[in-house]
Design a protein around this ligand. Structure first.
Ligand code: ZN
Length: 111
């Protein structure tokens, strides 16, 4: 009986983590879109806009607002090609990689 309860808890926990990741992604998109006014922060276009992770090597995928910027398809390609540098993108949202890393130490709002 105890072991069944234990298994249930572990399964519940891993389901929660998967759901948590999906929720985190949704939360990231929503909050970055809201902050950036639903337009590309670099050029103002509303074509194919998505929340972009400025640094891809942050813990847990970098799902912190301080690492997110709303970019259109063209600007996302420029960012991936390094034409728009991460320093430039951080400057557009008044952030930095250090600020993004520090954001992990702050408690997250519950969605
Ligand atoms: Zn753009």
């Amino acid at each position: 009986m105890n072991s069944l309860i234990h298994t249930g808890l572990i399964m519940g926990l891993s389901n929660h983590n998967l759901k948590g990741r999906l929720e985190m992604n949704k939360y990231f998109d929503t909050i970055v879109s809201k902050r950036d006014g639903d337009v590309c922060r670099a050029c103002g276009s509303d074509n194919k806009i998505h929340a972009f992770h400025i640094s891809s090597d942050l813990p847990n995928g970098g799902y912190v607002v301080e690492n997110g910027i709303l970019l259109c398809g063209d600007c996302r390609n420029k960012a991936k090609d390094g034409i728009l540098t991460s320093d430039y993108l951080y400057s557009l949202i008044d952030s930095s990689k250090d600020a993004a890393l520090a954001a992990y130490k702050k408690p997250k709002p519950i969605v």
